[in-house]
Design a protein around this ligand. Structure first.
Ligand code: HEC
Length: 109
């Protein structure tokens, strides 16, 4: 009897966590990401030591961070200013773009 509610909960959870991550237009995000490239690189691999790589990062995580910068929940002078002007759709598009970039990790020898 306990099996059914657990399955149901998992379905609810995955639709809440996974569905929004797939939202967002990759090509619209690619165009908007031009304004991020000076620090995060044109391919999402950062060109600035203080800026993290965004390529291949989880879309769920990227959306969350951009919303947190926008609200001030996550504090960063640079990102706070930049994110303040982003709409929900623009954030979804940017998250879709950076998470769609494929990266390969190579372990040190
Ligand atoms: C002037 C340089 C600069 C520009 C331009 C810039 N960023 Fe950033 N970004 C940073 C820095 C520095 C950080 C690290 C901030 C911190 O400590 O939280 C950061 C952090 C982030 C993070 C958090 C990543 C993580 O691993 O937690 C995201 C997401 C992000 N930027 C997205 C963007 C997007 C999208 C754009 C374009 C709209 C953009 N940034 C433009 C400098 C920049």
């Amino acid at each position: 009897m306990r099996f059914i509610p657990v399955t149901f909960l998992l379905a609810l959870l995955s639709s809440a966590l996974i569905a929004p991550a797939s939202a967002g237009d990759v090509n619209a995000g690619r165009a908007r990401a031009a304004q991020c490239s000076v620090c995060h690189g044109a391919n999402g691999i950062s060109t600035l030591a203080e800026a993290p790589n965004l390529a291949g990062q989880s879309g769920v995580y990227l959306r969350e961070q951009l919303r947190n910068y926008r609200s001030g929940k996550r504090n960063s002078e640079v990102m706070g200013i930049l994110a303040k002007h982003l709409t929900d759709t623009e954030i979804d598009d940017l998250a879709a773009w950076f998470s769609a970039i494929e990266v390969e990790a190579k372990l040190p020898k």
